[in-house]
Design a protein around this ligand. Structure first.
Ligand SMILES: [Zn+2]
Length: 452
């Protein structure tokens, strides 16, 4: 029998010490996009693992290094834990109430860049391990950590890393880097991630911008070329017009619909949180909104750049225009395939002058809701959150879960300290200390029960 009372007492007594360790980790910048502090942060994470008796290697990739740690436990089962030590850029700095790399504790929350995404998860999981080692002197099962440094920049080298380290990463199940409660404080189990294909589309029509009075009647305009090209991608009915785009899509199963229908209506929550007046496609709420939210792929213009946008007027004909566009993909779409179809479509439509720059992709992946590991993770939350986790078949975001599910053959479960107002990627990123403690208590239970 695992003595959870002893474990919980340990976690409550040592909480401040763990928060101090997390604060030190947050204070070490590790901004992947700016190549700031990456090596230093990898070394710090390695030291944190070593302090728990893990055998640690800092493995080089063509980008940021991967920290790999392993500690054997009593049972012959192995749990793989995936995390990342890189963070998003902190800008705009003026919107932070306290500086992003000076962690600040106020009103039961810890603020700082990366505190929730994903450093809090690293620290809370090590804290759970501390409680198990304190209770027993040994781990109940073997644990491997794979902590990468490129999650916020599309995990570009993680796929090759996993393919080249299958033996090293061999395990029986995987805990994902994040997890969260929803707006009701109900812990959620996200069973899958959508894929993504992220591109930049760009057009250049002249060597330099031109006086619009000189060129307007006779020169091609890069901004118009781009707008016309974008216009061929999606209709006003929201249907994506790239031929073959919807090929191979698996519609939600009966079980998916059953799980989705157990989720609360999210319409009002979204309207008030984001100030959105109405949804597209005539959606009003309920199950239809929930299904449409994650089970249909998207084509989103994320940004548009061309010509003059400063104060007043400037009569100029832009030579260049570009747009960032992301496609969120659902099972079983593949980013490489979408990229090919996009190129073919633009060529057919007469836009071979529109360049496509591939900015990274992930394939969608899911774990079966009835997998025993999912059931274990959901059930062990009961004692901690006073309710089982609610299963969500698919979530709208993306991540590199495909190689974990398909190359390593692992069930992947989420569990974590996230909350809806955590401001990940935005100024004033924060975690709730109560949820930090709960996540550590939950992780201690997951590891103990998994070992049995
Ligand atoms: Zn992130």
């Amino acid at each position: 029998m695992t003595d959870y009372e002893k474990i919980d007492t340990y976690l409550e007594t040592n909480l401040n010490k763990s928060i101090a360790e997390l604060s030190k980790l947050v204070a070490q910048p590790s901004v992947g996009a700016q190549n700031l502090g990456m090596k230093e942060c990898a070394a710090l994470v390695a030291d944190m693992l070593k302090a728990r008796g893990f055998k640690v290697e800092i493995l080089q990739t063509p980008g940021a290094p991967v920290v790999f740690g392993e500690r054997k436990g009593k049972s012959d089962k192995t749990l793989l834990i995936y995390n990342h030590y890189d963070v998003q850029p902190p800008e705009p700095l003026e919107l932070w109430e306290t500086p992003p790399f000076e962690p600040s504790l106020r009103n039961g929350k810890l603020y700082g860049r990366g505190v929730g995404d994903d450093k809090g998860h690293i620290a809370a999981r090590l804290f759970a391990i501390d409680s198990l080692l304190d209770a027993d002197g040994d781990l109940p099962c073997s644990i491997k950590f794979i902590i990468e440094g490129e999650e916020e920049t599309s995990s570009v080298h993680l796929y090759d890393f996993i393919a080249g380290n299958k033996d090293r990463l061999r395990a029986d199940a995987c805990i994902w880097e994040f997890g969260s409660v929803d707006h009701r404080d109900v812990p959620m189990e996200y069973l899958g991630l959508r894929g993504i294909c992220y591109v930049e589309l760009s057009v250049e029509t002249a060597a330099t911008d031109v006086h619009s009075g000189l060129g307007g009647s006779i020169f091609p305009n890069a901004a118009w070329r781009l707008v016309w090209a974008l216009n061929t991608l999606k209709g006003p009915d929201e249907r994506i017009l790239v031929p073959g785009f919807y090929d191979g899509i698996r519609p939600p199963s009966r079980r998916d619909r059953e799980l989705m229908s157990a989720l609360p209506d999210i319409a009002d929550e979204y309207k008030s949180r984001f100030g959105v007046k109405k949804f597209i496609k005539g959606l009003t709420g309920g199950l239809d909104l929930r299904i449409e939210e994650v089970f249909t792929p998207t084509c989103t213009i994320c940004g548009l750049t061309s010509g003059y946008q400063g104060p007043g007027s400037k009569t100029v004909l832009p030579a260049r225009a570009s747009a960032k566009v992301d496609f969120r993909l659902v099972p079983d779409q593949k980013p490489d395939d979408i990229l090919k179809k996009l190129r073919a479509h633009l060529d057919t439509q007469g836009f071979s002058d529109v360049q496509i720059t591939d900015l990274g992709g992930d394939a969608p992946a899911r774990t079966d809701p009835d997998d025993p590991f999912i059931q274990l993770v959901a059930k062990t939350s009961e004692e901690v959150y006073e309710m089982p986790m609610q299963l969500v078949p698919l979530t709208g975001g993306s991540g590199p879960s495909h190689p974990f599910v398909h190359d390593l053959g692992l069930p992947v479960a989420t569990a974590g300290l996230g909350h809806p107002d955590g401001r990940a990627h935005a100024p004033n990123e924060n975690i709730r200390i109560d949820l930090y403690l709960k996540h550590a208590r939950h992780m201690a239970r997951i590891i103990s029960e998994f070992a049995k």
